[in-house]
Ligand binder design. Structure first.
Ligand code: NAP
Ligand code: ZN
Ligand code: ZN
Length: 351
């Protein structure tokens, strides 16, 4: 297959800092869109993967799955995009298209497994897929999103993962007016969950380990903010909530949050810590509580979320960085010191 070499930034090993490297992109086929990347958000999954915390990383790895850019080439059969259009790519660039879930428009749960934007087997090149910390990307048009008019492009990038990953469970569990929703952890995902749940009409209770984030939580839309380390504040939320989105990236006591749910309440985990989280039987049994999980969202659902965000003027709160600052950004992310998503200005890759 014909390829072209492009600049990227990635990790050569779990303990290596990210650095410049060259990767191959396929020359666009009949159904492909080639996108020059303008902005790429920095997700905690990028860090988990770069450091092999999920024990499945193939090196070198080029992270990045919150991609916004401009279409520079389209294949002959491409119908939905033309050269010059804005376009976005999230966490998934392909799926089998024929399984029960793909046919239902749930391709994020594709039975043989979807192709993730990075660190997945690339169907075309036989290498792993390489993500958005790069000059350009080539994706089948069915897995490319339209960026609605009016959204700030850098601040819209995090919608492609942080946005859809929190939107999907909020919609699946019917969050709306009358819902009392908990959001655990104010990071990239958590801050989007607050904005989206509020815009859907819910009463939003935010749990954080950091008093320094209280004012921001309110500004982002929280009706109540709880310091999760304070047992008295936690006790006040006992059996108060219908639904909780847990977006914490590290070990934490899940039972403390299950205790905040009402009968038939659900806690959906979107955070993906490296180690298992112990759940006590009696955190679930007496109130018929569900402990669940959710991954990203479908392509159609991602477009729906982008359109909702454009209508409600919702984007991420971001700190724009150059690619050369990525290792420092990872260290700050580990300390919870992100307000509330780093986004890379990809023109810095040309430096
Ligand atoms: P992030 O920006 O680093 O935010 C994580 C937040 O979790 C922190 O800001 C902090 O919030 C809280 N936290 C961190 N360490 C903690 C600890 N030891 N105890 C309690 N709270 C802690 O990360 P992100 O990008 O939002 O990603 C969050 C998680 O979701 C990651 O594990 C990521 O891999 C996962 N993820 C999953 C999916 C999916 O499809 N399910 C998609 C994307 C990301 P406070 O300071 O407010 O306490
Ligand atoms: Zn992500
Ligand atoms: Zn499938």
């Amino acid at each position: 297959m014909e390829t072209k070499s492009v600049k990227a930034f990635g990790a050569a090993a779990a303990t290596a800092p990210l650095d410049g490297l060259q990767i191959n992109r396929r020359v666009p086929g009949p159904h492909d869109v080639e996108i020059d990347i303008l902005f790429c958000g920095v997700c905690h999954s990028d860090l988990h993967t770069a450091r092999n915390e999920w024990h499945n990383t193939v090196y070198p790895v080029v992270p990045g799955h919150e991609i916004v850019g401009k279409v520079v080439q389209v294949g002959d059969h491409v119908k939905q995009f033309k050269v010059g259009d804005l376009a976005a790519v999230g966490c998934m660039v392909d799926s089998c298209r024929v399984c029960e879930y793909c046919k239902q428009g749930l391709e994020q749960y594709c039975e043989p497994g979807n192709t993730l934007t990075y660190n997945s087997p690339d169907k075309y090149l036989g290498t792993p897929t390489y993500g958005g910390y790069s000059e350009s990307v080539v994706v089948d048009e069915n897995y490319v999103l339209h960026v609605p008019e009016g959204l700030d492009l850098a601040a819209a990038a995090p919608l492609l993962c942080a946005g859809i990953t929190t939107w999907s469970p909020l919609k699946h569990w019917n969050v709306g007016p009358g819902s009392k929703v908990g959001v655990v952890g104010i990071g990239g995902l958590g801050h989007m969950a607050i904005k989206l749940a509020k815009a859907l009409g819910a009463h939003v209770v935010v749990f954080t380990t950091s008093t320094a984030k209280f004012d921001d939580a309110k500004r982002l839309g929280a009706d109540e903010v709880v310091l999760s380390k304070d047992p008295d504040q936690m006790a006040r939320q006992h059996r108060k909530l219908n639904f909780i989105v847990d977006a914490v990236s590290a070990q934490h006591d899940i039972n403390a949050y299950l205790a905040c749910l009402r009968v038939d309440g659900t806690l959906a985990l979107v955070g993906a810590p490296e180690l298992p989280l112990p759940v006590a039987a009696f955190s679930l049994i007496p109130q018929r509580i569900s402990f669940s999980g959710s991954t990203i969202g479908s392509i159609a659902e991602t477009q729906e979320m982008l359109d909702f965000c454009a209508k409600h003027n919702i984007t991420a709160d971001i700190e724009l960085i150059n690619i050369q600052q990525i290792n420092e950004a990872y260290e700050r992310m580990l300390k919870g010191d992100v307000h509330y998503r780093f986004v890379i200005d990809m023109k810095s890759l040309k430096n």
